[in-house]
Design a binder for this molecule. Structure first.
Ligand code: MRU
Length: 341
């Protein structure tokens, strides 16, 4: 069985599974410098909101190990700069910022550079361990929503590769399967970078769960002609009112689900929630990703292309948000506040 651990600490390096090469090649990038991690995030060698949280934490730990000065304040300044570099890579996934800040805060509480080196690494390991535990809880709560014989639609990739644990939306699917429920999954390709086609189908096939791949725009016809039991997706950032940023195309699926009376669930840990912001910055990626794939052109040179990586689904279209604290229901201001209390 291939080792699909997306990120781990290995011999003083942040070892990242290069997800750009999947499903055909399993290769790791061993990052000894924070700049290499930043590059891996920018190019989506490593991706998925909770995995980005783990990577964010390990980046600060990596910077700490490379700290040349014995002066505590100089070291903290260096970590802050490294954290800022990591945070500048992608704006939407809340977990990236959360992971960096959590390890930075742990560093600031230390009394010496030696202590910073040990503490940052421990804290990053703790984030990884907690992520695995959260996924188990999310899977447990979410699996209750799945019935035998259901047809489940999911989007993008929300499995081990995206979280470091069993997954969020895909974790719900896996947990239900492990509890003996039998159903079928339809996975969207997820243009332009094909996280669904390349990664979700790989994870489901490895788990022995039946999966059918569809082009993104087949979702409407699927809901019109087959009885879809539920749609379940992940999230990159969720605001206090339940507004949810996730992979481009999620909003379209939510609208379609409403039109066809299909329950639409979001699965995410509390580390994805952003209770301070009123708006979500949606990452705009290179038009080249729309004009072709993997170096193969699929559109005329120079044609204008728009490439938002995410969209925002309003809370009115979301049936429930599956978290480690249970399934939150509308009104979300209230249920989210309670989950954090
Ligand atoms: O651009 P990506 O591949 O990082 O986008 C990932 C998603 O949109 C996922 O659905 C989201 O991060 C949730 S992962 C559990």
């Amino acid at each position: 069985m291939m080792d699909l651990t997306p990120v781990k600490w290995e011999a003083g390096c942040v070892s990242i599974l290069d997800q750009r090469l999947l499903p055909f090649r399993v290769e790791r990038i061993r990052c000894t410098r924070v700049e290499q991690v930043a590059d891996a995030i920018r190019t989506l060698a490593v991706r998925g909101a909770p995995t980005l949280g783990i990577v964010g934490g390990y980046s600060v730990a990596l910077a700490a190990q490379g700290c040349m000065s014995n002066d505590f304040n100089t070291c903290i300044e260096f970590l802050q700069k490294s954290g800022a570099l990591i945070k500048s890579t992608r704006p939407t996934a809340r977990n990236l910022f959360w992971g960096v800040d959590r390890v930075l805060e742990a560093a600031k509480r230390c009394g010496s550079v030696e202590e910073v080196k040990a503490t940052t690494l421990e804290e990053a390991h703790r984030i990884l361990r907690e992520e695995v535990e959260r996924d188990e809880l999310i899977g447990g709560y979410g699996s209750e929503l799945i019935k035998d014989g259901d047809l489940i639609l999911t989007h993008c990739n929300t499995g081990q590769l995206a979280t470091g644990g069993m997954g969020t939306a895909l974790g719900v699917i896996r947990a239900a399967w492990e509890r003996g429920k039998r159903f079928k999954v339809f996975a969207t390709e997820t243009r332009p970078l094909l996280q669904g086609a390349r990664l979700t189908t790989l994870e489901l096939v490895n788990a022995g769960i039946p999966v059918t791949l569809i082009v993104d725009l087949a979702a409407g016809y699927l809901m019109r002609t087959k009885k879809v039991g539920l749609v379940v997706v992940g999230a990159d950032r969720i605001l206090a009112d339940g507004s949810t940023a996730n992979k481009i195309g999620t909003y379209t699926l939510a609208v379609l689900a409403k039109q066809h009376g299909v329950p639409f669930y979001v699965a995410a840990p509390l580390s994805t929630f952003d209770l301070e912001s009123r708006e979500i910055t949606v990452e705009q990626r290179s038009p080249e990703e729309v004009r072709g794939f993997n170096g193969v052109k699929t559109a005329p040179d120079g044609v204008d292309a728009w490439n938002p990586a995410f969209d925002v689904t309003p809370p009115t279209l979301i049936s429930g948000i599956i978290t480690e604290k249970g399934v939150l229901e509308p009104p979300y201001e209230e249920s989210i506040r309670k989950a954090f209390a």
